[in-house]
Write a protein of this length. Structure first.
Length: 166
């Protein structure tokens, strides 16, 4: 008899995150098709993704990930995002100090799911922003984030900064 224990943990993780990505992308597409009101749909999706971002804090604490400065926050958010969204992130730090990290993402599992399903990325940048902002706020309310480039808006990469609030 075959058991879940017979499936390697990495395979289970990849299957679970892939399924979750497909479900969230499909939900967004179906809402847009059914209601034809991007503002309301984006508000709903932002609230959902903000709650997901709030969970980042609990996951980071459970894993013992530090979040006392921008470098630690960037690393913790990267780890937790990969756990939630799955493998496939390709990111690099451009410059880093305790008060600010500038980074670049060249590959994103969520964007890849949109592309694989052939669905538009309308609103995806807002959902991602809600997730990241709430994740960072939960881990350390002294920090914030902002994006200057977005792949889901047609840029060649996502560029972001995590920095102390002013």
């Amino acid at each position: 008899m075959v058991s879940i224990k017979d499936v390697p943990a990495e395979a289970r993780w990849e299957i679970a995150t892939r399924s979750a990505n497909f479900a969230t992308v499909a939900r967004d597409a179906m809402l847009r098709k059914a209601f034809d009101n991007d503002e309301i749909i984006d508000e709903i999706e932002q609230r959902i993704w903000a709650e997901g971002g709030r969970a980042v804090r609990d996951i980071a604490i459970a894993l013992g990930l530090p979040s006392g400065n921008a470098i630690e926050i960037d690393e913790a958010l990267g780890v937790v995002s990969a756990i939630i969204l799955g493998p496939g992130f390709d990111a690099e730090v451009i410059e880093a100090s305790e008060s600010r990290v500038n980074g670049r993402i060249m590959n994103c599992p969520m964007l890849n799911t949109h592309r694989e399903l052939g669905l538009p990325t309308a609103g995806t940048h807002l959902h991602c922003q809600a997730f990241c902002e709430n994740g960072i706020q939960g881990m350390n309310p002294q920090y914030t984030t902002r994006y200057t480039k977005r792949m889901c808006r047609g840029d060649d990469c996502c560029e972001y900064a995590i920095e102390l609030k002013r």
